[in-house]
Write a protein that binds this ligand. Structure first.
Ligand SMILES: [Cu+2]
Length: 436
């Protein structure tokens, strides 16, 4: 028999469910902003609600939203897109709202969010909100927690954001193909307390890898290990934005990995601490000094650092093959080999034949060789002192005095103070004395 108390309790629970699902209000689709731009867009400064320092996405952008009552409404559109990896190479991918990866979604702890997902792909999809604590039916696993979203259909996800931190979104529907095609994006939740773990500059990017044969533009989606494009936000050096920081700023970088291998990400000139994962904030007592953070597959790592050392600091994956662009992996080691006689013989039948690598491969960094259409040199990019000989997952953190807050324009090369650059010894050189 229901007691009066029991009846009241049940009614309150029902009212609560109604308020959270809010289905009656989900009647009109919000606008789905779209962009083809591939340079870092200015941060979306919050104009209402709690104050926070918005993130910037390397070569990307944040998805605008609308308020509908107390619901924050977003509209993601899954669709085929074109993405330039760096000047000279464009890939045909799948993404969201005009770009791959999709726009970064930013919310605040406690927000009620409603995310409309429209499918303009040729096959079904879903969106999984990786790392977020939410009702099972909002988890986006096709077949398990919801029907797949068929082409042309729009689904609605509704949940209350329970925790601040760094998360991501990606399909859980033909997942191998859809992630290999570039479908993913960051989901950042700011703390409700504007002072909690606050930083002055907050950068985010996704790591993805592609196997795109030179001269083609579509990823080989069944490739498991032999990728030739290691990307940050589907860009490769020298196409990746630099990270400008004001000297003395507290800076955060949040990095998500949806490739098929781990990436040890290394920063020069500074010591930092890992402060956040996709499982939440790392307590201060558990932080330790690092210069490299390994980002496992299917995970997010964020570090905080005081940018107290002015200069142009390399920031890159420490797997040296991941800071290269398209290359064959069957190249033999010719270091020390005398190729002269062989070259002469080959040139008698192939006049343009060029021997490579008898002294290493550095010569490739400066060379402009004829290349197949739509690919990128293995090592490339120039700095103020010459070829940088990098590609892939490499960029530069530029620590400078006097940058304005929220100014993310590239400040150009660092002017090293006189007497602080490695220099050539011009005195007499002799053979070093060797122990006999
Ligand atoms: Cu790597």
């Amino acid at each position: 028999m229901l007691t009066r108390r029991g009846v009241v309790g049940a009614a309150a629970v029902l009212a609560g469910v109604g308020a959270v699902s809010g289905r009656a209000q989900a009647v009109s689709l919000p606008e789905a902003p779209t962009t083809k731009t591939n340079t870092m867009q200015p941060p979306l400064i919050p104009s209402s609600g709690p104050d926070y320092q918005p993130v910037v996405t390397l070569n990307g952008w944040t998805l605008p939203w609308r308020m509908n009552g107390d619901w924050k409404e977003f509209h993601l559109v899954a669709e085929p897109v074109e993405r330039e990896f760096a000047p000279g190479m464009t890939a045909r991918l799948w993404g969201y709202n005009g770009q791959a990866p999709g726009p970064t979604i930013e919310t605040v702890e406690g927000d009620k969010v409603r995310i409309f997902v429209t499918n303009k792909l040729p096959e079904h999809t879903t969106v999984h909100w990786h790392g977020m604590l939410l009702p099972n039916g909002m988890d986006g696993v096709g077949g398990l927690t919801q029907p797949h979203i068929e082409p042309g259909k729009t689904f609605v996800y509704e949940f209350v954001i329970q925790e601040s931190g760094t998360f991501m979104y990606h399909p859980h529907s033909d997942e191998m193909v859809q992630m290999a095609m570039g479908m993913m994006g960051m989901f950042v939740v700011h703390p409700r307390d504007p002072k909690f773990r606050r930083v002055d500059r907050d950068f985010v990017f996704m790591m993805s890898a592609y196997a795109i044969d030179p001269g083609t533009s579509l990823p080989r989606v069944s490739e498991m290990t032999d990728f030739n494009m290691w990307t940050w936000n589907s860009r490769v050096f020298p196409g990746i934005d630099s990270l400008p920081v004001r000297l003395g700023d507290r800076m955060r970088v949040r990095m998500a990995n949806l490739t098929m291998t781990n990436h040890p990400i290394h920063l020069h000139g500074h010591h930092f601490a890992m402060t956040c994962t996709d499982g939440g904030w790392v307590p201060e007592s558990a932080q330790r000094p690092e210069t490299t953070i390994d980002v496992p597959v299917g995970a997010i790592r964020a570090f905080d650092v005081i940018a107290n050392n002015p200069g142009d600091w390399a920031f890159h994956c420490h797997k040296s093959h991941h800071t290269m662009n398209a290359m064959g992996h069957n190249t033999r080691n010719f270091i020390g080999a005398k190729q002269k006689a062989l070259t002469k013989a080959i040139r008698s039948v192939v006049p343009d034949y060029m021997p490579m690598g008898s002294a290493g491969m550095a010569e490739m960094g400066a060379m402009e060789m004829p290349m197949p259409d739509n690919t990128l040199p293995m090592m490339t990019g120039f700095g103020q002192f010459g070829p940088i000989e990098m590609g892939g997952m490499f960029t530069v953190i530029k620590v400078r005095e006097g940058l304005a807050p929220n100014d993310y324009r590239d400040p150009g090369p660092y002017k090293n103070p006189e007497g602080t650059v490695a220099y050539e010894f011009k005195g007499p050189t002799t053979e070093p004395a060797r122990r006999s």
